[in-house]
Design a protein around this ligand. Structure first.
Ligand SMILES: [Zn+2]
Ligand SMILES: [Zn+2]
Length: 242
């Protein structure tokens, strides 16, 4: 336990920044600290981080990842936590990543509450190239305002996982074979609803050029990307630019 979270707050703050840049989540970073290894991709580490139990009214709930803990409305600095399968408990604020979360959770962007259209858990605001997107700590999906996407696409660091690159190449190959007047709207069993205005979202390809499946709200222009889809889209755009 002590070795897992023995970093001090300034480092946690730096890690939080690195985390936003690297698109990794806190699990990957914690695994990195714990093992002293090179940080692996999100897919590889999503199950590898510490599984944390949280105490609420004398009941142990969970396990949760560090990101998932941040979606719990009842989580307080003094909430007791423990690693799943371990005995010793500690206060939430003893974990640098969480004490940093308690510091920033009153910032205005955290007051905007958005719920995941897929799993109905609270989304977490994350800074991404100087603007905010909302990410689901459970399914890995991302909510973003359409008009702001071009700024997200202009990013310097390229670090796509092999899986993202493979999927992007496949989509690219298939899109070249499509009829120029193909239907951009896709069939939608079980429609998703806009986390901002509640209207039914349209399941469609991102654009005629980039065939990544997204859900778009026709009312407020908000877009939902399932896990990896935003990165696949970024990868496709970079492929075209090369
Ligand atoms: Zn979700
Ligand atoms: Zn909407």
């Amino acid at each position: 336990m002590a070795t897992l979270f023995s970093t001090h707050p300034p480092l946690a703050k730096r890690l939080q920044i690195i985390l936003h840049l690297a698109h990794a989540d806190m699990d990957a970073i914690t695994a990195h600290i714990a093992k002293g290894q090179k940080t692996r991709s999100r897919q590889e580490t999503s199950e590898a981080g510490p599984r944390i139990m949280a105490q609420r009214d004398d009941q142990w709930l969970g396990p949760f990842t560090l990101l998932q803990l941040q979606t719990l409305e009842w989580l307080r600095p003094e909430t007791r936590l423990k690693i799943a399968g371990r005995q010793e408990t500690f206060a939430a604020q003893e974990i640098p990543a969480l004490s940093y979360f308690f510091e920033i959770k009153d910032d205005s962007v955290w007051k905007i509450r958005r719920m995941c259209p897929a799993c109905h858990e609270w989304l977490l605001p994350q800074e991404y190239e100087g603007l905010y997107v909302w990410r689901c700590a459970y399914c890995g999906g991302i909510l973003a305002q359409k008009g702001k996407l071009p700024r997200i696409f202009v990013r310097e660091e390229k670090g796509f996982t092999e899986k993202v690159q493979r999927t992007a190449s496949l989509i690219r190959k298939e899109s070249k074979l499509k009829h120029p007047h193909f239907n951009i709207t896709l069939e939608t069993p079980g429609r998703r609803h806009c986390p901002k205005c509640g209207k039914a979202m349209r399941h469609k390809f991102y654009s005629y050029a980039f065939h990544v499946e997204i859900d778009e709200c026709p009312e407020c222009g908000i877009i939902w990307f399932d896990a990896d889809e935003l990165e696949i889209l970024q990868c496709l755009i970079e492929m075209e630019a090369d």
